[in-house]
Structures are given as C-alpha cells and as structure tokens.
Design a protein around this ligand. Structure first.
Ligand code: DX5
Ligand code: ZN
Length: 222
C-alpha cells in the first residue's frame, strides 16, 4: 500500500484557489478540500459549486472532507461532481451505510471520519462499505492546531480494522500533521496524510510534500 500525501487548502490563499492547488500538483497525490457549513463545525469554507469548478482545473483527484450536517443529503453530490474520495463524519450521518453506497455508486471512494471524542469502534460495522477511515487528530474546524498524540491508538485500531476487512481500506490522518508528527502517524498505521499549514505556510509547498512523504516512508520501513 502506497503512502499518499493530500495537502489541505484550508490555510492556502483561498482567493486564488486554483493557483494554490497548482503549487502542489507536481508532488501531491490528492488535494484535500475541507467543506465546512458552520453547523457541524463552527467555521464556514466552501461548498459544492466551488469544489465542482476546482475539479475541472486540476489533475489532482479531489479528497473531499465534509464537515457538514446532513451528509446523507449532500455527500453523493460531491461524488457526482467528480471527487475521487468523499469523507463524511459518522457523528452527522443518519444512515452511514447508505451514504457509502451512494458515494460508491457515483464513482468515488467512500470514507468515514471520526472526531477526537468519537470511539473508533463506530466504523467497525461499516467496514464492508468503506474505502477509507479518517482519524481526526485535532477537533475539526480549523487548521494550524496541535496534533493530539492521544489519537495514535485510534490509528492503530483503524489499521487493524482495515487489515481484518481483507479489502484495501486506507487509513487517513488529518490535523497537526507535519515533519515532526507524520512519522508517528505512519508507524501507527496511517497511509494517507493530510497536511494543511505545514504545506501552505512553507515557501515551497511542493518540496514540503516530498519531504513529508520521505519521513513517512522512513518511519514505515523499519
Ligand atoms: C481541520 C481540517 C484539516 C486542516 C488541517 O478541521 O479538517 O484538513 O486543514 O490543517 P493542519 O494540517 O494545519 O492541522
Ligand atoms: Zn480535513
């Protein structure tokens, strides 16, 4: 299973979104798009129309992280718009199995996220319907927060579930991922790494993406 870096544009210059995505295109594997609705989280970013227009302007597959209420209604639309992966929060979902089925039917990878206070065991029943588990390592809503080491056992457990499923379920980590923390995430079993401020606060975001991948690979190879 490859290690994938998915830079988050949350801390990029959102007035120049397509240009900011282009800055990481050479080295990133995915582009992580944080959709926030001011209900599920106390912050507001962008929605379907912006995601849809961005998808047409980059070669990177869109990794949509929906921090929104009522994902049952909205998640499939992001898949229909051409996202490669759509993540919804289990805390907001009424019928998570159906959401996964709808996302897959529209041609995207289906993914479920858990907030720091949510037990990882909630995804166990969902495993046959999932392509990725997202373990949040900060409270969702804002970039630039500190990585919560207490979430590492959840990453270990998510990887255990992924192995047990016998299918190719990815384990993504999001929040406070940088050169100092990414090795621990990789050792714990994550294989998809979201990094926002670590990438976009750097002078050369594309270089940081490569550096992060190198550190993660080194952490996995012993
Ligand atoms: C936070 C978002 C993250 C955020 C990560 O709710 O889900 O994707 O952009 O930013 P950093 O890497 O700065 O913690
Ligand atoms: Zn995110």
């Amino acid at each position: 299973m490859g290690l994938l870096i998915s830079p988050s544009v949350l801390n990029a210059d959102l007035s120049r979104l397509a240009d900011e995505v282009a800055r990481v295109e050479a080295t990133a594997d995915w582009i992580h798009l944080d959709v926030m609705d001011n209900h599920f989280v106390p912050n507001l970013t962008f929605g379907l129309l912006v995601v849809e227009s961005l998808i047409g302007k980059t070669s990177l597959p869109a990794d949509c992280h929906l921090m929104i209420a009522d994902p049952d209604r909205w998640a499939p639309s992001y898949a229909e718009a051409g996202a490669g992966s759509v993540t919804f929060h289990v805390e907001a979902a009424a019928n998570p199995r159906q959401i996964c089925r709808d996302i897959r039917a529209a041609g995207a990878r289906a993914s479920a996220a858990v907030k720091p206070g949510t037990d990882i065991s909630v995804v166990e029943d969902l495993l046959p319907y999932l392509d990725m588990i997202l373990v949040m390592t900060v409270e969702p809503g804002f970039g630039g927060q500190s990585f919560m080491d207490a979430m590492l056992p959840k990453i270990v457990q998510a990887r255990e579930y992924a192995k047990r499923s016998g299918t190719d379920i990815w384990v993504q980590v999001d929040g406070g991922v940088d050169a100092e923390t990414i090795g621990r995430c990789a050792e714990a079993g994550a294989n998809v790494f979201v990094a926002g401020s670590a990438v976009y606060r750097a002078d050369d975001p594309a270089l940081v993406v490569d550096e992060l991948r190198g550190i993660a690979q080194a952490a996995c190879s012993h």
